[in-house]
Ligand binder design. Sequence first.
Ligand code: PHE
Length: 455
Amino acid sequence: MKEERGHFGSKLGVVLASAGSAVGLGNIWRFPTETGSNGGAAFILIYLLFVLLLALPVMISEFVIGRHSRSNTVEAYRKMAPRTPWFVVGIFGVLSGFLVLSFYSVVAGWTVDYTMLSITGSLSGNQDFGEVFGGFVSHPYRPVIFLLLFLLITHVIVAKGIESGIEKFSKLMMPLLLVIIILLVVLSVSMPGAGEGLSFLLHPDFSRVTPRVVFSAMGQAFFSLSVGIGCLVTYSSYFSKETRLLPSALNVCIIDTMVAILAGFIIFPTVFSVGVQPDAGPGLVFVTLPNVFNHAFGDAAWVGDIFSILFYLLLLLAALTSSISMHEISTAYIREHYHVSRSRAAWIVTGVCMFLGTLCSLSFGPWKDVTFFGMGFFDLFDFLTAKFFMPLGGIGLCLFVGWYMDKKTVRDELTNSGAAPTSLYGAFMFLVRFVAPVCIALVFLNELFGNLIFE
Ligand code: PHE
């Protein structure tokens, strides 16, 4: 018997599942880390510009392709552009899906451990958190166990299907996430000395902008919005005919950007208020923050404990609503291409990611010295996906929708065949045909050959 493809049951489900995909470690862990190492407010401004001009048009293009084709990201191109090489864009998407989920689950595994540690009180008291973190990530098997656990949880949700798995979970978790974030922001900005962190976030210093900063901001925009590798092609293939693509994409962008900025408001004021440097790298939220939680509240140490539990729980839930979307890219493809059940397809993806994820995890410990171009597996997968496949996939998506697809089809998708007229069609077409592909290409060239435009 043929399994049904599945679909999202409601408009709210569409927005919350897509926003769930976008909001994740990218916002709460990667955004502050990148902002911290790239100089603060100026990075954020460039990031915001790229979200609007590059990542948003790519997101809308993904929605157009997915909803029109109602297929996984490879089949979509095969259906809409038969006997052409366009399906290669989809194949790269599926491959990137595996890579992203693998390195992402490593950090997500750390959050599982830190959530448990903070619930059991093991993160309180005077400790050297740099050592705690270093000891944990380089341990031969502990982080691997948490990584596998995280992948199993992701697997269970995906295996349940679109409406009763992915949509239900996102609908429950996203509101909870927003509540936790707001609580944390209030606590954080009311800490003594928070002002310096706020000024780091709000006063741009353009003298610190280098080609590398611009390149990183582009990678961050694509990563954070989950665009460029067909994740949202896959999700939108489950949208209904009534879903309005432009407002949905705008909502997802607004929610994602808001959460990233709020995460900055949680992290930098606290970091500065205890006088640590903001460019601590990937350890920022695992080393610096436990320190802060422990010292910031003086005698009322229990407030710090609550802060800590809430924060890591937030990180974990956000990671899950994203990891299910990465998993679904490949699950949908394998299920439909090889005609296997959802459960079997999901197991294949989980299995492969368990293997690749273990490689990434070990690159912090026993396999530290195994490097390619100077990067271990973790950094390599992060670099290849966020800075390479996602923006390049973005160019492919823009060219496909802007130049290859029939204009009437694109317009029909954006206006629901005329039932929902929009004044933004022209602007979208201009961005997708010219601005986005050209800018992405320029940022690449600028990074490759250095200092062409931005210095
Ligand atoms: N956008 C997610 C985040 O910010 C990461 C992601 C990338 C999700 C690619 C899906 C696809 O954490």
